[in-house]
Design a protein around this ligand. Sequence first.
Ligand code: CNA
Length: 270
Amino acid sequence: MEKKIQKVADILKKDDVKVTFFVGAGISTSCGIPDFRSPKTGLYSNLKRLQLPYPEAVFDIDYFRRNPKAFYTLAEELYPGKFVPSKFHYFIRLCQDKKKLKRCYTQNIDTLERLAGVKDEFIVEAHGSFAKNHCIDCDAEMETEELKKQMKSKIPTCAKCKGYVKPDIVFFGEALPPKFFDRWDEDSSSKMDLALVAGTSLAVYPFAGLPAEVSKDCTRVLINREQCGDFKANPRKSDILLLESCDKVVEQLAKLLGWEEELDALVEQG
Ligand code: CNA
């Protein structure tokens, strides 16, 4: 494992090399936020209490129209503000500080990349976030403070048309934000040196398709508990597989880069 992490460090150390992150729920499990698909601990194994017909229904727009309660029960538990970033999130921030960050594509809705200090220009929240909220019928915006207030006693409802309001996180059946496609067009057609995919089962498209689109001269790294997606279906000779905990890997990577103290300082400052 150490040899493989050294390879990643060697690439990152080179002048002008930048890293593009593609991350998912697994980078936030150590913060106390369950992912979707980990056996036993994942949300999908623990959704019985919401009495869903199938696990994905909790994030399905058609199901939400008929039964918004399941989503709001979960949203109450996962709402940003209750969690702090992991070592991995701070590693992304450190790459930014070191001028080594090209972009961070995230499927997460927990906004922990922002909380760790990664700037908006680098973040692509492919599945949206809790930052804004809109009515699912007339699209009127609701301020977050109002949404939070209503969440305490009822399903947030539009003042204009009485439709249900939901945070702008992308549900199954909804389009991804235009920023996702625009940035990917830009990034995939320019130089990409290192693609670091972490904490994702690569099961949700179109996001899951990105690693397959990375050019052949770019080194792909997978930091995950399991081998998945294009790393499994179409492995490349140059792929680096680090099937370990995300935090552990970046801890070692930071050490090899000589960034250990700075990373620890960021984590401590919180
Ligand atoms: P997933 O399908 O649950 O996959 C998570 C992956 O991470 C799995 O392969 C795990 O083995 C792996 N994993 C879990 N913990 C660790 C760890 N500590 N170190 C290394 N690997 C780990 O989640 P995806 O992100 O792939 O699925 C996409 C969905 C999940 C998106 O639509 C998200 O919005 C949604 N989601 C987000 C959050 C969040 O914002 N934190 C939480 C739960 C689900």
